[in-house]
Design a protein around this ligand. Structure first.
Ligand code: UN1
Length: 479
């Protein structure tokens, strides 16, 4: 496995999980650089907020066009830096294109309401205004799409973006930013600050940052949320999940096998929406486990850019250690071996693991960001839902069933407690049109589609009196 030579840059190493080798160097930002970036963004905001929203949408449309034209190259960079297989890397770029299209449409649909007023000769309405500088903090596993969900919406909503990508995926961030400038982003509207927690903290605490949109671990969110709240800033948190699927007796098992294997082993188990817990009715448990075991044993693991590979590498040694540590204490395991250690000693390829568990231990209930699927059995529906909802996270969830009642119960108020609930669809691979995010330790934020745009704007409730009187609300008499 050989890596391409990329231009040399700064002091921070950019590495590829494909070999563990160095791709190039990136210049890390200092705290003063972060302040400068926020200052430039605040300056750009003063102009951009006055551009009509459909004109702002033009920029995003041009950016989407460039992404279409450069889709294959961008995907190659995503594959090199994050280790995604080509089709998933192409999917990630497609997700950016899709959200650009969505945002362009949205730029003509930032609707406010008018409300019936209780006073004669008055009109009451809400108007949505640009919010201000948005800081976007992203993780390595979706090195471009998650930023695009935020940036495309923020730009049409009138906000500049300062992006702190994962240090593990800085080259992809720089490429996205370069394309956005090629599309005509005015100075200060899109900036990247590369670095570690000190860079993130500077953004989080900066009084001129109106919104901090952060994707990462619950530990990160626990640090970010209160700090932003302490200065009355706004935060949008997307903190991963411990996603489960219930497989009911009536499930179409062919569908369940395909849905489960993609959701659990796809992206080498490194999505926030990865399936981590499989709760199978005892009547179909053994058959489904056999079929999954066969599928897992034949999954092609290897260089993500090679044709036919379905499982690429883990991001780094640390991810591998977490994987091994978790597997050390499970009841029984299928798969889980390290692969290709001789050909790529500094890379970490593993066969995804099925861990058969008698009960939901504390290990099962914590998010392990690796391709381990904990498999559990259940006897009755209420027990399955209770097991499902026992995790601290609340991101994505699924039921595989042909029983209408079970499907509806899963989607009801007494069913899945997650932000995303699916029937006969795995928990990962959500489309951009829906609001993306989850409850509990997932952080409560919503990004991407539906009305997630409201997080990037401020609401002004406006009342106009066009009468010659001055009636007071609630019938109050004064003067
Ligand atoms: C993430 O893993 O951080 O639903 C985002 C999905 C993708 C996005 C995942 N559309 O799996």
């Amino acid at each position: 496995m050989a890596l391409p030579a990329l231009p040399e840059g700064g002091a921070l190493d950019a590495r590829s999980p494909i070999t563990g080798g160095r791709l190039g160097g990136v210049t890390p930002a200092t705290p003063a650089d972060v302040d400068d970036a926020v200052g430039r963004a605040a300056e750009a905001f003063l102009h951009w907020r006055l551009e009509p929203a459909p004109k702002r949408g033009e920029l995003v449309r041009r950016f989407g066009d460039l992404l279409r034209a450069r889709k294959a190259e961008m995907a190659e960079l995503v594959a090199l830096e994050a280790g995604k297989i080509r089709s998933e890397a192409l999917g990630e770029v497609q997700e950016m294109i899709d959200v650009c299209d969505f945002a362009v449409g949205l730029s003509r649909q930032l609707y406010g309401r008018t409300m019936a007023t209780e006073r004669p000769g008055h009109r009451m309405m809400e108007v949505w205004h640009p919010l201000g500088v948005c800081a976007v903090i992203t993780s390595f596993n979706f090195p471009s799409a998650v930023w695009a969900w935020n940036a495309a919406l923020a730009l049409v909503c009138g906000d500049p973006v300062v992006w702190k990508p994962s240090e593990k995926a800085a080259l992809t961030a720089l490429a996205c930013d370069a394309l956005l400038h090629q599309a005509g982003a005015p100075p200060g509207m899109s900036q990247v600050v590369v670095g570690g927690p000190d860079v993130g903290e500077r953004l989080v605490d900066h009084p001129a940052v109106a919104l901090v949109s952060a994707t990462g671990s619950t530990a990160m969110g626990r640090a970010v949320g209160p700090r932003v709240a302490a200065r009355f800033g706004r935060s949008l948190l997307e903190l991963g999940g411990n996603n489960a699927a219930i497989v009911a007796p009536s499930a179409d098992l062919d569908q369940a096998v395909r849905g489960v294997v993609f959701a659990a082993a796809g992206t080498a188990g490194q999505r926030c929406t990865t399936l981590r817990r499989l709760i199978i009715h005892r009547s179909v448990h053994d058959e489904l486990v056999d079929r999954l075991a066969n599928a897992y044993q034949s999954l092609p693991v290897g260089n993500p850019l090679a044709a036919g590979t379905l499982v690429g590498p883990l991001i780094d040694r640390r991810a591998y250690d977490v994987f091994i540590d978790a597997l050390a204490t499970v009841d029984a395991v299928i798969g889980g071996e390290r692969e290709l250690a001789e050909q790529a000693p500094d890379a970490y390829y593993v066969r995804p693991a099925l861990a058969l568990m008698a009960e939901q231990t504390s290990l099962v209930l914590q998010e392990t960001f690796a391709p381990i699927l904990y498999v559990l059995a259940y006897d009755d529906w209420d027990e399955a839902v209770a097991m499902h909802n026992a995790a601290a996270h609340g991101l994505a969830s699924s039921v595989f069933t042909s029983d209408l009642r079970e499907a509806e119960r899963f989607l009801s108020a007494a069913g899945s407690d997650c932000g995303i609930a699916n029937v006969n669809v795995g928990p990962s691979g959500a489309e951009i049109g829906g609001a993306f995010g989850g409850e509990k330790e997932t952080g409560g934020g919503r990004e991407s589609g539906s009305d997630a745009w409201k997080a990037y704007m401020r609401r002004s409730t406006c009342t106009v009196n066009y009468s010659n009187e001055l009636p007071l609300a609630q019938g109050v008499e004064f003067l």
